[in-house]
Design a protein around this ligand. Structure first.
Ligand code: FES
Length: 116
């Protein structure tokens, strides 16, 4: 059984490009790039800095801690073995929803932006 949680307005995220949300005690970093939405664990897999304060550039998010660059589609760090964990994400009626109970080693496919 899936447990999708409504966390943000798509229009707001598309303007800001990134947003920190929390589900229960869990901080989740949302990113918007090239028309798609991605959800990652906010704590960087390297040393735990907040990825939500990173910079989105060329399909990657660059961590503010030590500038590791993570591919938004896969979570894979450039030139490293580490992968930033992520969450399934979907768009429903202009709202961003995540499954905070389904942290994965790497994000699943990005959410298609199907508007109703
Ligand atoms: S904490 Fe993110 S690169 Fe070091």
């Amino acid at each position: 059984m899936s447990d999708w949680v409504d966390v943000a307005e798509l229009a707001d995220l598309s303007r800001r490009r990134k947003k920190l949300v929390t589900v229960g005690e869990t901080p989740i970093a949302l990113f918007y790039a090239d028309g798609e939405v991605y959800a990652f664990a906010d704590a960087c897999v390297h040393k735990g800095r907040p990825l939500s304060r990173g910079t989105v550039l060329h399909g990657r998010v660059i961590c503010p801690g030590h500038q590791w660059a993570f591919d938004l589609r896969t979570g894979q760090a450039d030139d490293r073995e580490e992968c930033q964990p992520g969450y399934p994400v979907r768009i429903e009626a202009g709202r961003v929803q995540v499954r905070a109970d389904a942290l994965t080693p790497a994000p699943l496919a990005p959410a298609p932006l199907v508007q109703e």
